[in-house]
Design a protein around this ligand. Structure first.
Ligand code: AVI
Length: 317
């Protein structure tokens, strides 16, 4: 059966306004959410297959080996709510591994990505009711009720995507998850753990140059969609670990003095000037606990790989 879509009619992004706003600041910046057009999503998939980018493979292996323990901690009859719907294999492992999950709700701004995911998962898991919600998950999202009795809501947010949000936004997102899960709810969150700078730098500067292409695609996308005239040869990818802030900071650096047009607006770049485009926060147990407590959540369980590279954390209100 076709899954019933709950459409909260999210405001479409205003890419031109966001780009002009970000490039008018000092330092210049662009929102990392604009990485993921069709080409950017394809390039991100390719990143996850690079030998240096351990995050995805380690998280998958962790779910493959530790799901029995996660399932025991979550209990039976869950309504699984995924923030985003871009993580097919991890969702399969979760729905396969949990005890008698009742319903699955991906929350996603793209209707096509949303419906593709529930069409595929609905065939694979006929016992699980598919209740997709088209919404911007950074705002409050009321859940569609399941037809069968739900023991608890389980929010799922894998991939260390939380790390792409600045601290205040990450806390707001966690707080909105708390609202969505309710008093008896849980959240299962994937986080990349703090580690040796060389390992992190390599993960965001793969030798094949896929991450560089992914970062530069942001400018190519702006050229395609809002008619800007970025010269892609005039900018380079830079990703470096900041020990002080415990995060990878990614920028596009102007290789020469130049100016770029967006409509009537002109933006001047000095040689070496950076556009800040992404942060990828890394966590210790202490820093993650400090973050979650600000959202009224508590870490009650956790699973790391044998080398403590990546972790899954179970949270409750
Ligand atoms: C999606 N997100 C968790 C990725 C990360 O590691 O921050 C995006 C990415 N950026 C560069 N490589 C991968």
């Amino acid at each position: 059966a076709q899954a019933a879509l709950t459409d909260l009619r999210p405001q479409p992004d205003d890419i031109a306004a966001d780009a002009i706003n970000g490039l008018s600041r000092t330092p210049k910046s662009l929102p990392s959410k604009y990485f993921y057009d069709a080409e950017g999503s394809r390039l991100f998939e390719a990143i996850t297959r690079q030998p240096e980018y351990y995050l995805t493979q380690v998280e998958l292996a962790l779910m493959e080996s530790r799901m029995p323990s996660v399932a025991a901690a979550v209990g039976s009859g869950a309504h699984v709510v995924e923030f985003g719907s871009g993580s097919g294999r991890k969702t399969e492992l979760l729905l396969e591994g949990l005890e008698a999950p009742v319903a699955y709700t991906p929350i996603e701004i793209s209707r096509t990505a949303l419906m593709d995911s529930v069409t595929r998962l609905g065939q694979q898991f006929p016992e699980v009711e598919m209740l997709p919600v088209c919404a911007d998950f950074t705002g409050p999202v009321p859940l569609p009720p399941a037809s069968r009795h739900v023991q608890r809501t389980l929010v799922f947010f894998p991939g260390s995507t939380l790390g792409n949000f600045f601290e205040g936004d990450a806390v707001r997102l966690l707080a909105s998850m708390r609202g969505t899960m309710g008093e008896n709810g849980r959240a299962l969150i994937g986080i990349d753990l703090d580690k040796d700078a060389a390992v992190l730098d390599a993960a965001y500067n793969d030798r094949a140059g896929v991450t560089a292409a992914f970062t530069l695609n942001l400018l190519a996308r702006l050229n395609r969609e809002i008619g800007s005239d970025f010269d892609l040869d005039g900018f380079g990818h830079r990703a470096a670990y900041s020990r002080e802030r415990m995060r990878i900071e990614t920028a596009l650096v102007s290789t020469r003095a130049q100016s770029v047009r967006i409509g009537e607006r002109r933006f001047d770049f000095a040689q070496g000037e950076a556009i800040e485009v992404e942060i990828s926060q890394k966590y210790t147990d202490a820093s993650f606990a400090a973050l979650t407590v600000q959202a009224g959540l508590e870490v009650i369980d956790g699973w790391n790989d044998a080398q403590d590279r990546f972790g899954l954390r179970l949270l409750r209100p």
